[in-house]
Design a protein around this ligand. Structure first.
Ligand SMILES: Cc1cc2nc3c(=O)[nH]c(=O)nc-3n(C[C@H](O)[C@H](O)[C@H](O)COP(=O)(O)OP(=O)(O)OC[C@H]3O[C@@H](n4cnc5c(N)ncnc54)[C@H](O)[C@@H]3O)c2cc1C
Length: 408
């Protein structure tokens, strides 16, 4: 029987090239309609950076596991690094502008967004929240402008989710402190200038220190063999009696509660990154479904495929509404810890589910790095884990619901 449908463009043995990057901007609920010109400017700048500078190189960087120091510097030049933190000499950046920036960077690539998350979200924020005036003078501007890279060293080989029990010691000596211990998974910990190191002081409390990465006794080894976020390096750091002066201690970091304040403030940034991943896999799936022809018609002409795209759009829209609402609450100073956890929990779970769906929709092409989705599929796994795993977020939310802590 002859097929009466119109001939597909791809008829023959040559497979067409798929263009999966064209930005789509679904905003069914109109959540972005009210963004200001300044916020739109940050979003557009991040988007242009991704399209012009990240897109041409990212599959190769990811494949070769190369850390793009030049792109990290460009992020600073474009003022896309500081996650909404006020820095003297730079214009005010609203929470929405910072959120849209993280979304756009992750929409391009997870490693690039994580470079910004570590630099602005964690290192810069720790100094802004807990640092002395001299520390702020020294570090805020270079970190924001990307002329120097910073790291945030909390996790240890034997303390991840229970980092509250960290064992790195900071012993007070006459002229400062001697820091001894191990840190694991530290983004930019082997390629930066300074690390914010969290260590237990003589009083038994967790304290924060600014440790130059070229200090004698600071030995950082880049972790190899990652199958996620391959274009940013994390390090295993050995701190072998590292001596720092008294001025290296951050005066506002005197217990784990201060560490937790920093982490809570970054949690929504991770959620917005997850939204960026969700957007990337959604738009790739839509483009592919329109362009890929099977059985003489585009995949998009199948009811099942339309149903899958509708499901993805529904997930995406729900996420946009949730995160916009939570960011509004943060702006008003009303965001609770469990609220921030709910944002990260929902966003990483949703993006992970959408990536699975989109990856399958691209068939075999879905596992090729050049087709974008697989990189996001792999990268979202790390977001699911870092800055508090899905389970840890659930335990925070569950404690809030029930009044009972189920951590231990
Ligand atoms: C790519 C990447 C980048 C990172 N960057 C940084 C960084 O820059 N700086 C930094 O300090 N850290 C960083 N981390 C560390 C990250 O924050 C930790 O990996 C995370 O907190 C989880 O710790 P863990 O990997 O040791 O897992 P574990 O704590 O060992 O957890 C293993 C599993 O057990 C579950 N679990 C743990 N406790 C409980 C419980 N009480 N009840 C039920 N289940 C539980 C967890 O949810 C998880 O599923 C990074 C990690 C990754 C993967």
């Amino acid at each position: 029987m002859s097929n009466t449908r119109s001939a597909p463009a791809s008829q023959g043995t040559e497979e067409p090239e798929y263009d999966l990057w064209e930005p789509l901007d679904p905003d069914v609920a109109g959540v972005f309609r009210g963004v200001s010109d300044e916020e739109r400017d940050y979003r557009d700048r991040a988007r242009r950076f991704v399209q012009d500078e990240v897109r041409p190189v990212i599959a190769g960087l990811w494949d070769r596991a190369e850390y793009p120091l030049d792109l990290a510097r460009r992020l600073g030049e474009l003022d896309l690094l500081r996650d909404g933190i006020d820095v003297p000499g730079l214009p005010r950046q609203s929470l929405t502008a910072a959120s849209l920036t993280m979304m756009e960077l992750a929409r391009g690539d997870g490693s690039i967004a994580t470079i910004a998350g570590v630099q602005g979200g964690l290192a810069l924020r720790s100094i802004a929240m807990c640092g002395s005036a001299a520390q702020k003078d020294r570090w805020l501007e270079p970190l924001a402008r990307g002329t120097e890279l910073g790291a945030f060293a909390l996790t240890e080989p034997t303390h991840g989710s229970d980092s509250v029990s960290l064992e790195t010691r900071a012993e007070a000596v006459d002229d400062g402190y001697v820091i001894t211990g191990h840190k694991k998974w530290i983004g930019s910990g082997s390629v930066g200038r300074v690390s914010v190191v969290w260590a237990r002081g003589d009083d038994g409390q967790v304290q924060g220190f600014l440790v130059p990465q070229d200090s004698p006794g600071y030995r950082a080894t880049t972790i190899e063999g990652k199958a996620s976020l391959r274009a940013i390096w994390q390090a295993h750091i050995e701190l072998d009696g590292v001596r720092v002066p008294a001025e290296a201690r951050m005066p506002g970091a005197n217990s784990f509660k201060d560490t937790a304040r920093v982490l809570q403030a970054t949690r929504l940034g991770v959620a917005w990154s997850a939204l960026g991943h969700a957007l990337a896999v959604y738009e790739s799936a839509v483009h592919y479904a329109r362009q890929r022809v099977q059985f003489g018609r585009p995949l998009a002409a199948s009811q099942i495929v339309q149903s899958r795209l509708a499901e993805m759009l529904s997930q995406l829209t729900s996420l946009q509404c949730l995160l916009t609402g939570l960011t509004g609450a943060e702006d008003r100073g009303e965001l609770s810890g469990p609220g921030a956890s709910l944002g990260k929990y929902t966003a990483t779970r949703t993006a992970r589910d959408m990536a699975r769906n989109a990856r399958d929709l691209l068939g075999g092409n879905g596992i090729l790095l050049e087709n974008r989705v697989m990189r996001h599929f792999a990268d979202i796994e790390a977001l699911h884990t870092y800055e508090g795993t899905e389970t840890v977020q659930a335990l925070i939310i569950g404690r809030d619901i029930t009044g009972i802590s189920a951590f231990a």
